[in-house]
Ligand binder design. Structure first.
Ligand SMILES: *Cc1c(COP(=O)(O)O)cnc(C)c1O
Length: 415
């Protein structure tokens, strides 16, 4: 058997086992711009269908906002399509610096460095700043990109139980002998939509002389009264040492990320962070679009206010319909179904009702925790939400789960 035959057989078997475990992920093809209503081709090859999108990270509804699109066009005309270079060779334009200054101002930090994505920011920042003498103490539910970034760093690694401040304090004491202790957390945790207890974390950091690292990807632009993030919401602006975030969610949804924070740490990233040094600069049209996003979010809180209202309305509607929600006050509203197969069927039935919401199950969430993660947008209008709530009610009734809680749903369907 040739190497090729053997390899193909091997990988086909691997893929079959992913399929038979019910874990195969399919792409669903969208034929429209991103927005509250999208046209989706599903099942593959079927004529596109208009559905209400309840699962995008388009929190502020800026992904296809006319002012952002116009600014990106202007950027394309004035600064070209691409830089064909990493930042430090010949990939830095005035607009890259302008965007970094705007982000610094908005996040309330000292300096900011753009990365191709937040995945790259997280991939570079730890290795650039910390080493063998240090320890990274991470919340157990931090995002996969943080886990990968920490793996690339030689610092010792430890974790604390999710949002458990007593456990975090134990760890800070246990590692008192290390040069730097870094507390690592997400701002808003993407699967449950709960917020980090950043005020308590900042206090612990101060008491134990530790640093705080915050990934605010699911918060920048809309959490906090001015939408500056989880640190604003928790009243600790200026007390977070490193913030990473993405431009790929609320902030226009194209791509790009950054490391923002203490001047010296950001400068270390400029000198040593490998994704900054070895990956192409963010394209001019995206930088121009992002500058327009910065204008929009700084000018008015109207969009983040509408998002907050939408989230409250949606949460109330689903809850009154008898669905089991994860409590919280972010625009991430997980509808708990617990059973993986039920989550998949529920998602399919919702689609038939014109609602696009994807089922999440193991390994994305723990076994027995399957759900439809719904996400609100400022682009949703009342009628979208009313249609969505009616659809959830109808599909929930079909599966006989309205009014049921975890134990009862698990008794009926198993894990
Ligand atoms: C989405 C996300 C990222 C990745 O951001 P990209 O810019 O798309 O790479 C990183 N961290 C968290 C917490 C995220 O939610």
């Amino acid at each position: 058997m040739s190497w090729e035959t053997k390899a193909r057989a091997h990988f086909r078997a691997e893929l079959d086992s992913i399929r038979s475990a019910g874990l195969f992920k399919e792409e669903r093809v969208i034929r429209s711009v991103q927005g509250a209503e999208i046209e989706v081709e599903y099942p593959p090859g079927a004529p596109p269908r208009k559905v209400i999108n309840m699962c995008a990270n388009n929190y502020l509804g800026l992904s296809s906002h006319p002012e952002v699109v116009r600014a990106a066009h202007a950027g394309l005309d004035e600064r070209g399509y691409g830089m064909s270079s990493v930042r430090f060779i010949c990939g830095t334009q005035d607009i890259h610096h302008r965007l970094e200054r705007r982000l610094t101002e908005f996040l309330g930090t000292e300096d900011t460095l753009l990365f191709p994505s937040c995945m790259d920011a997280n991939g570079g920042v730890f290795e650039a700043c910390f080493g063998e003498q240090d320890v990274l103490i991470a919340d157990r539910l931090v995002h996969a990109s943080i886990v990968d970034g920490m793996r690339l760093c030689k610092a010792m690694q430890d974790t604390f139980k999710h949002s458990d401040m007593a456990h975090l304090e134990e760890k800070l004491i246990e590692h008192a002998g290390r040069r730097f202790r870094v507390i690592v957390t997400d701002g808003v945790f993407s699967m449950d939509g709960d917020l980090a207890r950043l005020d308590a974390i900042a206090d612990l950091a101060e008491r134990h002389d530790a640093l705080v690292f915050l990934d605010d990807s699911h918060a920048t632009g809309f959490i906090g009264k001015k939408g500056r993030g989880t640190h604003e919401h928790c009243g600790v602006v200026g007390r977070i040492d490193i913030i990473t975030t993405t431009l790929g969610k609320a902030m226009g949804g194209a791509s790009g990320g950054c490391v923002s924070g203490r001047r010296e740490l950001v400068e270390m990233c400029r000198q040593r962070a490998r994704p900054y040094l070895f990956s192409n600069s963010v394209a001019p049209e995206i930088v121009a679009g992002a500058l327009q996003v910065m204008d929009l979010v700084s000018r008015s809180t109207e969009r983040r206010d509408r998002l907050e209202e939408n989230a409250a309305y949606w949460r109330k509607g689903l809850s009154e319909a008898g669905l089991d929600l994860r409590p919280g006050d972010s625009p991430i509203v997980p509808v708990m179904l617990y059973n993986a197969k039920l989550a998949q069927e529920f998602s399919r039935d919702l689609f038939q009702e014109g609602i696009y919401g994807v089922g999440f199950f193991f390994p994305v969430v723990p076994k027995g925790q399957a759900r439809i993660r719904t996400q609100l947008s400022a682009a949703h209008e009342r009628r979208h939400l009313d249609l969505g709530i009616a659809a959830f009610r109808k599909v929930g009734a079909k599966h006989g789960i309205l009014g049921l809680k975890r134990k009862e749903i698990l008794a009926k369907f198993g894990e």
